[in-house]
Each structure stands twice: as structure tokens, then as C-alpha cells.
Design a protein. Structure first.
Lengths: 304, 484
């Protein structure tokens, strides 16, 4: 009973706290730049504001354009209960659900890309082409990393994979560290953060994620923003679940450690964005290819 | 050829009148040897449209020559690419034809609906066109950019401007009047001191007035402060375009510090009202000089620490280096000026080539780089920042006493003058010609942006389109300075 309640709580926390993480990223960047920065809750205000607005639809768009944000949000929300948090289990789990989760994210991307193409704008077409090109490398990296984790935990379900690795000094640490690096790069790429994408830029020609959603407005745009926040939470929860040994911790501190881990991750993203420039677009595949290679090495280490 | 001097009056009759063929030969030969067209324009005379060229020769001299044009003329552009925009401008303004000009399109759309022209297009498998502007995502001026791309690679960029055309040059005819100085200060809002100085030089030369030494020095301080504010702002914006937050944030603030120093001079952050024909509008007492020196010392240290973060970050350097390269040959062919030219290794700096005012006595070394990429344009800015700070500190230490303004004298009739000032962007050239009663009959303005926009197009050849904002920022050209 307690296990189910804790699973429900982890879903509720994800739905409620996800936008706050982006507020923490922005606050970290502001402090680095010597600014006061926007309120921590800014994204909540934005979502509330957008939800009260009407949406504008171009006459050249079809139902696909309108379906993009809705299906995207639905698919992401469906993936959230699969992810265990704070050492517990996901609300649902089955063997092979990590493939399901990864491809739910794939569905989001597919819908967003065809919604962008639906507008017929050259910018959005460019953004869609970049998104697809980079995710063709980010997705294998994520799957390879999760496969290595699956091998280490002898399980194909996220609930038995995430939060089940323990740090014992010795040869077991290397693959965990390598998988962690891969997941962090994928986390930055999938969430459109520096060094892959720049969430703050106003320059359409350099954008990837932002340019695909230029034409969405009002509640549609709110759904996209919220989906992006949920994605940040989802991949972040997998990352800290792989890196932190929840099983070895006392039950009482597992939740605070998990939440602390999420906020530390957000601060880390803020620090990365404050201290390095964005990569040249043509160099991004090298970064993602490197992440893939690391995951392959981790897999080799655990399989041998 | 008539040899002329920067900011020295000469009679209009003194400009050599050549046959169209020898006029053309003279310009082509000068440009082939590495010279430049400073200004090329047409003025109406009784004999017909008179085309006047001001050339800067490799020998470091200024020349003026002229010829009478007929309805259709052979174009210079086919042999001298740097004439291309000048000839398009003349064709648009006067209705004359230039035969075999490769692209005689409107420059400012004086007659056609704006932005409607036949754009250069590329066709083939995988080729797509991206149109950007005239409405942009950021708060910048309007301009239209057409990219012909193959995937992410730009094959060609065509820049179509004119959205900011206000008709400044015709409005100046019949002047000077009290509005004239204001028009000059707002030609390009970020180059207030540069354009106002070029105008003041012209009026002072035409009237034979002198400028007190104290005013000369204060003008120099104001011009270098303008350079400091803009160069610092540009370095910050370059950092912002690659997503490097620290330098972006710090430089944004430090730019404000430099603008506030200009406000300390004259009460306006952009230097409006600082210059007036005959001198300057505001004097500085000893305590303000001290305050300015103190603030400048502080800002110099702040700028150094903010900008050095750029050179120390590998992620930034990998974005700047080898991006948007303009070869030295292209820079010479196009007649680039200012920072863009110096970044290609060309020693083009009016403060050095044709020094005027305080620069005759206090030389500033010309800062050049060889690589012609975004890094070179950024580095030249940083080198110039340091030189300008040293210049201002030295000038303020030895600020001459005396008056700040000389009385105005009437302007001479039928005279002409060419004035050139090295604004922060590059060479500003004004040509003033008076009528029989000492009023402006023709006032020709060439902003450095007019020379350099084509350089940006060339820098984008075979570059990834995602690097366009970075390349654009590294030139940071003026739309309204071009559109006039």
C-alpha cells in the first residue's frame, strides 16, 4: 500500500515540480551573470497566462499542427508513471518498459516535427530537420546507456533498473560513470540546452527546438512548454536514478536525496550554460557520437 | 588629378573634368593598385549629370575627378567591383543607365514597392530558400536577407535594404540650417559623434573657421568613448550569439558605463549636442576630468576581465575561429573599411591615413589581424579598445586650456570639401558642395556600412546558415546609415 502511495506521489511530484526545475536553471544563470533574475515560479505564471489566451492558427496548417502539442503532452504524461523516483517503483511497470518510455519520447518528437513541417515555414522546416538529425544520434545513445543499466541490474523494467545500482569501489564504478556521462549529454541534447541548443536565443537561424514551436500560441504553446518541463524531469529522474545508490540509503532520506539530486542537476545545467558557449551546429553530432561511444564501452565492460 | 586633403576646402572648378573613358580608366587603375573609391555620386549641372569620384590612392592621397555622364554609360563595376553599390545608387537616384552592370537592382526602393525585386536564386536538388526579415525576432533595424541554401550550407546571401530610407541627402540641400546638425547626429544613432564631426569639419572647412585646441581634444575624447561603448557592446553581443553568458552580461553593463562617461561630457549618453560647428557644446571642469579618468580606469579593468574570458574559453574560440572568413583579396575588391577591413590585414584607418584634428598630433597605431574571420573582427575590436583607453587617458592628462568654441563665419560659395572621420565602424566620408550663395547644393554621405554590407554576404559563402547571426554581429553594420 505504501509502495503504491509512494508511486502515486512520485507522479504528482513530477507533474507539479517540473516547471520549478527550469526556474532553478534560470536563477542559477542569473546569479552567474550578476543579475537578480526572473522569479523561480516564472514558468508557472507563463503557463497560467498562456492558458487564458486564445490560439492563432495559420490558414496553411491542418489538424496535424493542432495535434502536435496535445499528443506530445499525452505521450510524455504517459511516460512519467513508468519512471521510479526516490528509490520506489514506477506506478506501472512491465518488462521492456524502458523501450516504451524512450519511444513515447520519440512519438513526442515525431508529432512536434510534423507539426512544424505542417506550417510550411522554412525556419520550422530547418528546425525539424536539425531535431531529427540530432535525435537520430541521441536516441541510440539513450538506448545503449539504458541497455548497459539493464544488463547491470539484470532487468528490462525501469522500476527494477533505475535506483538499483550501487556504488561499490572497483570495476563496477567505471560503467556507471560512463553511463552517467552519456545520460547527461543526452539530457542536455533532448532538453535543448547549451551546448547543443540555446533556449534563450532569439536568433531563429540558430535554433533547434525553439524554432519548431514558433507558430504555436496560447494553450498550445503552454502544452509545449509544460511537456518540455516534464521531459526535463523525466530524463533527470532517470539520470539521478542511475547515478545515486538509493537501495543502500535509509528509507527516510531517499526522497530528500532524490529531490536534492534533481535540483542539483538543474543547478549543474545552469552552471554549464553559464560557463561555456554553444557548440557549432555541425559539431553537435560529434558530441552525441561521443556519448554513443561511451555507452557502447560501458556495455562492453558490463557484458564481458 | 586634383589632389585634395581631408577637411580642406577647394574650389569646385578645381575638380578635374575628364572624358568618360579616361575617368573610367583612372578609377579602374587606382582600384587595381589597391586604392579605394571613397565616394562616387552624381550632381546635376548645366552641362548634364556630373559624376564625381573621390579616390583614396595607394600612395595615401585623396583625389577628386569628374566626368559628364550620358543617358547610358559603360559600368565601372565590370572591372571594379567596389563601384557596384555606388552605381546602383546613382542609377536609382538619377535614372541613368550603366550597361553591363551585373545587378542593377534598387538600393533603397525609391520608386518600386520596397523589397520587391528579382532576387538571385539557385535551383537544383536539395536547394532551399530562407527569407529572414524585414521584421526580426530581436530589437534591431529592419532589413531583408535571402539565403540560397543546400541543407545547412549557404550558397549565396542577398541583402536587400532600404526600409529605413528617410531622404536625408535631399533634406540637406539648401542648408546648413539649425536642423542640419540634428540630421547628422541621427544618420546612424550609434555613430552620433562620428557623423557630427564629419559634418562640423565640412562646415568649418567651407567657412574657413578654426577650432580651439581644447575643443579638438574634447571631440577626440568623445569619438573614442563612442568607439569604446560600441566595441564593448559588440564583444558582449558576440558572446551572446554563441550562448556565452558571462561576457555577454558584463559587457552589456560596461557598455553602459562608457555611455555614461559620454553623458558626463555632454549630458547625453549618445553624445547628442556634444559637437557643433566651431567647437563643442560643453566644457569640462577639472573635477569632471578627474571623475572621467577615474571611471575610465575602472571600466578599463572591468572590460579587460570580461573580454579576456572570451579568449580563455575553448568553446568560444572554436566558434569564432574559421567562421565567416573574408579573404584579403575579397576585402580589397569590395573596398571594405574599418574593423572589417583591418581584420583582413588591410591597414585602413582614417586616423592614420588622413589624420584630422587631434589625430594629427596623437597617433593611434592601426590594429590589424590577418585571418579575416569572426575571431579577427573580435580581436581587432579588443585591441582598439585598449588603444582608445590609452588615447583618452593621455589626452585628458594634457587637456589644453582656452575657449571651446570659435565664432562662425559665412560659408564660401561654389566651394567643395571632402571630410573623412574614422567612426567606430569605419570610414565616414562626407562631400559637401555649395552653390553660388553659400548654401549646400549637394551633400553626399557615405557611411562605412555602405561599403561593408557586401562583405557580410561574401563572409557567408559556404558557411552553415546557423552561423549567420554570429557573422552578422561580427560586422554589426548600420541599416539606417546605409539607407540614409
Amino acid at each position: 500500500m505504501i509502495a503504491i502511495l509512494s508511486s502515486i506521489l512520485s507522479v504528482v511530484l513530477a507533474l507539479v515540480l517540473a516547471p520549478l526545475l527550469l526556474g532553478v536553471v534560470n536563477r542559477t544563470k542569473a546569479i552567474y551573470a550578476g543579475r537578480k533574475g526572473q522569479p523561480l515560479l516564472q514558468l508557472y505564471y507563463d503557463l497560467y497566462r498562456l492558458l487564458r489566451k486564445g490560439a492563432v492558427y495559420s490558414r496553411t496548417t491542418s489538424w496535424i499542427f493542432r495535434a502536435g502539442p496535445i499528443v506530445g503532452l499525452a505521450a510524455t504524461a504517459l511516460a512519467i508513471p513508468l519512471i521510479p523516483f526516490g528509490g520506489g517503483r514506477g506506478l506501472f511497470s512491465f518488462a521492456g518498459d524502458f523501450f516504451f518510455a524512450v519511444y513515447l519520447l520519440g512519438v513526442v518528437r515525431f508529432l512536434w516535427v510534423i507539426a512544424a513541417l505542417d506550417t510550411g515555414s522554412s525556419f520550422e522546416g530547418m528546425g525539424g530537420s536539425r531535431e531529427v538529425a540530432f535525435s537520430a544520434l541521441a536516441e541510440p545513445a539513450l538506448l545503449l546507456a539504458l541497455t548497459a543499466v539493464a544488463w547491470m541490474t539484470r532487468s528490462l523494467s525501469l522500476s527494477d533498473m533505475v535506483g538499483r545500482l550501487s556504488w561499490t569501489l572497483g570495476p563496477g564504478v567505471a560503467p556507471i560513470a560512463m553511463v552517467g556521462c552519456t545520460l547527461f549529454v543526452v539530457f542536455l541534447a533532448e532538453n535543448a540546452r547549451i551546448p547543443v541548443d540555446d533556449p534563450n536565443t532569439h536568433l531563429e537561424l540558430t535554433m533547434i527546438h525553439e524554432v519548431m514551436v514558433l507558430d504555436h500560441s496560447g494553450p498550445d504553446f503552454a502544452m509545449i512548454q509544460y511537456t518540455a518541463a516534464l521531459k526535463f524531469w523525466l530524463l533527470g529522474a532517470i539520470l539521478i536514478g542511475v547515478l545515486l545508490p538509493f537501495e543502500t540509503l535509509p528509507t527516510t532520506v531517499r526522497w530528500p536525496v532524490a529531490l536534492g539530486g534533481m535540483f542539483t542537476l538543474a543547478i549543474l545545467v545552469g552552471i554549464v550554460e553559464s560557463t561555456m558557449a554553444r557548440l557549432r551546429l555541425l559539431k553537435v553530432p560529434q558530441l552525441l557520437g561521443g556519448a554513443c561511444a561511451l555507452a557502447i564501452f560501458a556495455l562492453i565492460l558490463v557484458v564481458r | 588629378m586634383t589632389r585634395i586633403l581631408n577637411g580642406v576646402r577647394f574650389p569646385q572648378t578645381g575638380i578635374d573634368k575628364l572624358s568618360p573613358e579616361s575617368f573610367r580608366q583612372r578609377i579602374v587603375q587606382t582600384c587595381r593598385k589597391g586604392g579605394r573609391i571613397v565616394s562616387l555620386f552624381v550632381t546635376a549641372t548645366e552641362e548634364g549629370p556630373l559624376e564625381i569620384a573621390v579616390l583614396s590612392t595607394t600612395g595615401g592621397e585623396l583625389e577628386a575627378l569628374s566626368t559628364i555622364l550620358s543617358k547610358s554609360n559603360p559600368s565601372l563595376t565590370s572591372e571594379c567591383p567596389q563601384a557596384h553599390l555606388f552605381e546602383r545608387e546613382i542609377a536609382e537616384e538619377s535614372g541613368l543607365e550603366f550597361l553591363e552592370h551585373p545587378g542593377l537592382k534598387p538600393v533603397r526602393f525609391l520608386k518600386e514597392p520596397i523589397g520587391q525585386t528579382r532576387y538571385y536564386t539557385v535551383e537544383g536538388e536539395g536547394i532551399h530558400e530562407v527569407a529572414v526579415g524585414p521584421v526580426h525576432a530581436g530589437i534591431i533595424e529592419p532589413g531583408h536577407f535571402r539565403f540560397q541554401c543546400e541543407g545547412e550550407q549557404v550558397l549565396h546571401l542577398e541583402i536587400s535594404l532600404g526600409y529605413q530610407h528617410r531622404g536625408v541627402e535631399p533634406a540637406l540641400v539648401g542648408g546648413p540650417n539649425p536642423r542640419t546638425l540634428h540630421l547628422m547626429e541621427t544618420l546612424a544613432g550609434d555613430t552620433t559623434i562620428g557623423h557630427a564631426w564629419a559634418y562640423c569639419l565640412a562646415v568649418e572647412a567651407l567657412s574657413g573657421g578654426s577650432v580651439p585646441a581644447r575643443a579638438q581634444t574634447l571631440r577626440g575624447v568623445a569619438l573614442e568613448l563612442e568607439r569604446l561603448a560600441n566595441h564593448t557592446g559588440d564583444l558582449g553581443a558576440l558572446a551572446g550569439d554563441v550562448g556565452f553568458l558571462p561576457t555577454m552580461s558584463y559587457c552589456g553593463r560596461i557598455r553602459g558605463d562608457y555611455l555614461n562617461m559620454t553623458a558626463l561630457l555632454c549630458g547625453n549618453r549618445f553624445g547628442r549636442g556634444m559637437l557643433c560647428p566651431g567647437g563643442v557644446g560643453f566644457d569640462m571642469d577639472a573635477s569632471r576630468v578627474e571623475e572621467l579618468r577615474r571611471r575610465l580606469t575602472q571600466a578599463a579593468a572591468d572590460t579587460a576581465s570580461a573580454v579576456n574570458l572570451l579568449w580563455g574559453s575553448n568553446s568560444v574560440m572554436s566558434r569564432f575561429e574559421q567562421t565567416g572568413i573574408v579573404s584579403t583579396q575579397t576585402a580589397m575588391d569590395l573596398g571594405l573599411v574599418g574593423v572589417a577591413a583591418r581584420a583582413c590585414g588591410l591597414e585602413r584607418d582614417i586616423r592614420f591615413e588622413f589624420p584630422w584634428g587631434p589625430y594629427r598630433f596623437a597617433q593611434i597605431p592601426v590594429m590589424t589581424m590577418e585571418t579575416g574571420d569572426v575571431f579577427a573582427r573580435a580581436q581587432v575590436r579588443w585591441l582598439e579598445i585598449q588603444q582608445s583607453i590609452d588615447f583618452i587617458q593621455a589626452e585628458l592628462t594634457a587637456l589644453p586650456g582656452g575657449e571651446i568654441r570659435s565664432p562662425q563665419r559665412p560659408i564660401q560659395p561654389n566651394a567643395a570639401v571632402v571630410t573623412m572621420v574614422e567612426g567606430w565602424r569605419g570610414e565616414i566620408a562626407h562631400v559637401a558642395m555649395t552653390d553660388g550663395s553659400g548654401r549646400f547644393a549637394r551633400y553626399k554621405i557615405v557611411d562605412p556600412s555602405f561599403h561593408n554590407w557586401t562583405g557580410l554576404s561574401m563572409a557567408m559563402r559556404n558557411q552553415p546558415i546557423s552561423d549567420f547571426p554570429l557573422c552578422n554581429k561580427s560586422f554589426n553594420l548600420s541599416y539606417c546609415g546605409h539607407d540614409l
